[in-house]
Design a protein around this ligand. Structure first.
Ligand SMILES: NC(=O)c1ccc[n+]([C@@H]2O[C@H](COP(=O)([O-])OP(=O)(O)OC[C@H]3O[C@@H](n4cnc5c(N)ncnc54)[C@H](O)[C@@H]3O)[C@@H](O)[C@H]2O)c1
Length: 292
C-alpha cells in the first residue's frame, strides 16, 4: 500500500493533486524550483479558490481537520528528498525536454520499486518515459482541473506498464474517491482527442457563420447539458495551450482535423490567450474582442 507520495511541480495541477493526497492522509512531498513558488502553492492549497479553506467555509471539514491535513504536506526544491517515496507524479509544464529531464531526476532518486506517473494532458507516456530504465513502473495518471473536484482519472498504460503498477494506481485513485478509467497510450489519449476535436469543430462552424459565440455556448449548455460551452471552455483551458495541443496532435498523428484553425492562431498571436487561468500575459478570451 502506497503511503508516501510526491508531486513534482506546484502549479495549478500540482496544487490540486497534493490537496487530494493530504486530505486522504498521504505523507505528501511537493517539489518545485523555488522556495517562493512552493510557499505560494502551500498558501493556495490552504486558502486558495479550491483550497481547504473553501471546505471549512462549506462545513465539509473543520478548521482543526484543515490543520491536520496541512501537516501531511512538506515542500522542497531538493529531488534528493524523493528517496523514500513510493509513488511520484510529475505535473511540470507540457514541455518535452523539461519532462524528460524531470523523469530522469525522479528515477535517479526514488527506490527501485516505486511508481513513476505523469499528469501530461496528451504527450505519449512512452515518449516522456523514453529514458526511464524500468518501464514497468511508468504510467500516465491524467487528472482533471480542478483536481479536488473532478472525479475522473484517465490512467494511461504503455505496452510495458506492469499489471502490478496499473492495479496499484487504480487502488490509489479509488482510495481518493476518484473514478479511474484505463486507456492505451496514444497522443492525446482519449479525453484530449475528444475535447480538442469538439472544440476545433465548434470553431469551424463559428467561422462558417452558422452561429455566434454566445449562441454556440448557449446551445451546447442548454441543449446538451454541458456545464460550459466551447468558447468558455477554450478560455478556461487557455487558447495558447489549445494551439499547442493541436500542433502536437497533428504532428504526431497527421490527422488534419486536429490542426489549430487559423482563427485560433490569430487570437493567440494577437495576445488573447484565455482568461480563467492566472495568465498575466493574456489580453483576455473570446468574449474580450469582436474582431474575430
Ligand atoms: N491546467 C490544466 O487544466 C491541466 C489539466 C490536466 C493536465 N494538465 C497537465 O499538468 C501538467 C502541469 O500543468 P499546470 O497547468 O499545473 O502547469 P503550471 O504551469 O500551472 O505549473 C507547473 C509547475 O511546474 C514547476 N516546474 C517547472 N520546472 C520544474 C522542475 N524542473 N521541477 C519541479 N517543478 C518545476 C513550475 O514552477 C510550476 O509551478 C502539464 O503537463 C499539463 O498538460 C494540466
Amino acid at each position: 500500500m502506497v503511503k508516501k507520495v510526491a508531486v513534482i511541480g506546484s502549479g495549478i495541477m500540482g496544487q490540486g493533486i497534493s490537496q487530494v493526497f493530504i486530505k486522504q492522509g498521504f505523507d505528501t512531498l511537493l517539489i518545485d524550483i523555488s522556495d517562493e513558488i512552493l510557499e505560494n502553492a502551500k498558501n493556495s492549497i490552504a486558502d486558495g479558490k479550491y483550497g481547504l479553506a473553501r471546505l471549512v467555509q462549506k462545513g465539509t471539514i473543520t478548521e482543526e481537520q484543515k490543520k491536520v491535513y496541512m501537516k501531511n504536506l512538506s515542500i522542497s526544491t531538493d529531488y534528493g528528498k524523493l528517496s523514500d517515496r513510493e509513488f511520484v507524479i510529475e505535473a511540470v509544464p507540457e514541455i518535452m525536454n523539461l519532462k524528460l529531464k524531470v523523469m530522469e531526476s525522479i528515477e535517479k532518486n526514488i527506490p527501485e520499486t516505486s511508481i513513476i506517473a505523469s499528469n501530461t494532458s496528451g504527450i505519449m507516456i512512452s515518449e516522456i518515459g523514453i529514458n526511464i530504465k524500468n518501464k514497468s513502473r511508468l504510467i500516465g495518471m491524467h487528472w482533471f482541473n480542478p483536481a479536488p473536484v473532478m472525479k475522473l482519472i484517465e490512467l494511461v498504460k504503455t505496452p510495458f506498464t506492469s499489471e502490478e503498477t496499473i492495479n496499484a494506481v487504480i487502488a490509489l485513485a479509488n482510495e481518493m474517491g476518484k473514478e479511474p478509467v484505463v486507456v492505451k497510450d496514444y497522443p492525446g489519449f482519449f479525453t484530449t482527442n475528444f475535447v480538442h476535436s469538439w472544440l476545433v469543430e465548434s470553431l469551424r462552424l463559428y467561422e462558417k457563420g452558422i452561429a455566434g459565440k454566445e449562441d454556440i455556448d448557449k446551445m451546447v449548455k442548454l441543449g446538451f447539458g454541458f456545464p460550459m460551452g466551447p468558447f468558455e471552455l477554450m478560455d478556461t483551458i487557455g487558447l495558447d495551450t489549445m494551439k499547442e495541443i493541436g500542433d502536437y496532435l497533428y504532428s504526431e498523428t497527421g490527422d488534419e482535423r486536429m490542426m489549430p484553425p487559423p482563427i485560433l492562431k490569430e487570437m493567440v498571436y494577437a495576445g488573447y490567450k484565455g482568461n480563467a487561468k492566472i495568465k498575466m500575459n493574456s489580453k483576455g478570451g473570446w468574449y474580450d474582442t469582436d474582431k474575430l
